[in-house]
Design a protein around this ligand. Structure first.
Ligand code: AMP
Ligand code: MG
Length: 486
């Protein structure tokens, strides 16, 4: 592999400002690297030339095997509550922050690698990742972006040519991902646990500068930071709910300060609407079930507040009081995004009274649940009903009397079908299609992955010939189970 330095303008802000949280480290060599996916548009956003990224030197940057002269790749330290249990030291066990890039809008973006080899945080694991889970993160994160949900982005997946040992032997890969940062609730938990309040303050100042600059001029900047994160996360989780996304592993180390979705492991999209939907094989208690996500986000934010307490006020009781008050704003912030989103999905006119909108929304959700209606295609079919063709929608229900009664009340408020088509996607990365694409890619055929990616990047477009991609899984696909992306 080449050792020629590449000329990507990578800064090392995190490593310089927070050296206590950054272990300088290098990626493992890649025996036979091959680009499996490369995001040309995102590369352009970052001021990177996609053609250069495809050269051996560029592939070196995407896998961490060649490092620009001024860059300092680091493994980041963080702690976290996993399924409620605290781990004082997690950190990047198979990942590296290569550094930060300035995008075309002047924003700082992290270039981060996943699957780049062991680090001091690997805790006995191998530090690698397999092609399937890395392509999974690529296609789902890009779909989320296209659906308008804040998320880390995927720049590339490069097969390494190394076998990784899981239940079977799998081809290895490195994902190059881009985020507005990798600061997590767990990063603050780690800093707080050192007892070094000045470190915690430096971390908080860095987070304010990068993500929530308005907090800097507030009376209490750290409390303002906390509230900004409460706001960003409340908005994010509401957006997940509106597209039917289940993260699956909402540990505090998987919750960002920026409000971007991060770490696509055992995630999935619901088909039949069910607040109890769980897909992850390890989530036996349903802690991270679809309908629990807002409650879990608040639990995680309470852990964030605990870490920040020393910065809120000198006096502990006052600090706790301020934290509780700010955390209490989650529900109303969540409701703002969720009710606006549901109104849009139902095509309700702006002037319609909130109480009527809320009642129509709640009743429809109950009917979708009791009739096991597919979330995504159900809402899309409702758009046709607004145009006068209710049959495709009615056909999804068993209890016709109840849905007809609901439809007539809904129709009487004058829903707007054009607005509905902008709010209700045709295409999400359906679980069975994702599995099909990843199985093929693992066996060496990238065509189904590329096709699926192309479709989910234009989620609101109904395209003739692609009906199969808009339909729920066939019966024989059975109950869907996901596994942690290790
Ligand atoms: P995740 O479930 O991907 O959010 O990871 C939780 C923690 O386990 C993080 O500290 C990861 O870096 C670490 N981890 C996950 N998979 C591996 C692996 N194959 N090798 C080393 N560390 C890993
Ligand atoms: Mg993680």
């Amino acid at each position: 592999m080449t050792t020629t330095p590449v000329t990507a303008p990578l800064s090392n802000r995190f490593a310089t400002v927070l050296p206590e949280l950054a272990v300088p480290w290098r990626a493992e060599q890649t025996p036979d690297p091959k680009v499996l996916a490369l995001n040309d548009l995102l590369a352009a956003d970052l001021g990177l030339d996609a053609d250069v990224l495809r050269t051996p030197d560029g592939v070196g940057l995407l896998t961490g095997t060649s490092v620009p002269p001024d860059a300092t790749p680091v493994a980041q330290a963080y702690a976290g509550h996993q399924f409620g249990g605290y781990s004082a030291r997690l950190g990047d066990g198979r990942a590296l922050l290569m550094g930060e890039l300035v995008d075309r809008e002047g924003r700082l973006r992290d270039l981060h690698l996943k699957g780049s080899g062991r680090t001091p945080f690997s805790r006995g694991a191998d530090g690698f990742a397999a092609v399937g889970p890395m392509l999974r993160e690529y296609v789902i994160s890009e779909a989320m972006h296209a659906l308008g949900v804040p998320t880390t982005r995927s720049l590339a997946v490069v097969a390494t040519g190394r076998d990784v040992r899981r239940e079977t032997i799998l081809p290895g890969a490195v994902l190059a991902r881009v985020a507005s940062s990798h600061l997590r609730v767990g990063t603050f938990q780690y800093a707080a646990s050192t007892g070094d309040v000045e470190l915690l303050r430096r971390l908080a100042d860095h987070a304010i500068e990068r993500h929530h600059p308005a907090a800097a001029s507030a009376d209490n900047p750290y409390r303002a930071l906390f509230e900004a994160v409460v706001e960003a996360q409340a908005d994010l989780i509401a957006r997940w709910m509106l597209v039917g996304f289940v993260h699956g592993v909402m540990n505090t180390d998987n919750m960002t300060i920026s409000g971007e979705t991060i770490d696509y492991g055992p995630c999935a999209f619901i088909e039949a609407y069910d607040p109890g939907a769980v897909f992850s094989s390890i989530d036996v208690g349903g802690r991270y079930a679809y309908g629990n996500q807002a409650a879990v986000a608040q639990w995680n934010l309470a852990r964030f507040a605990e870490a920040l307490l020393p910065l809120f006020a000198q006096d502990q009781d006052t600090a706790v009081e301020l934290a509780m008050e700010s955390l209490g704003t989650f529900a109303s912030r969540y409701a703002v995004t969720h009710s606006a989103g549901l109104r849009a999905k139902l095509g309700l006119p702006i002037g319609l009274e909130d109480s009527i909108a809320a009642k129509l929304g709640e009743e429809l959700l109950d009917l979708l649940h009791s009739n096991h209606v597919d979330w995504t295609s159900g809402f899309r079919a409702l758009g046709s009903a607004a145009r006068g063709d209710a049959e495709p929608f009615r056909g999804l229900f068993v209890d016709l009397k109840a849905i007809d009664e609901w439809l007539s009340r809904w129709q009487s408020v004058g829903p707007d079908p054009t607005a509905m088509d902008r709010a209700n996607p045709v295409h999400i990365p359906r679980n069975h299609l994702v599995e099909e694409a990843l199985d093929a890619a693992t066996a060496g055929d990238l065509a189904p992955f590329e096709q699926l990616l192309e479709i989910v990047q234009r989620p609101f477009e109904e395209r003739p010939g692609l009906e199969r991609y808009a339909a729920p899984a066939p019966e024989d696909f059975g109950r869907y189970t996901t596994y942690c992306g290790t």
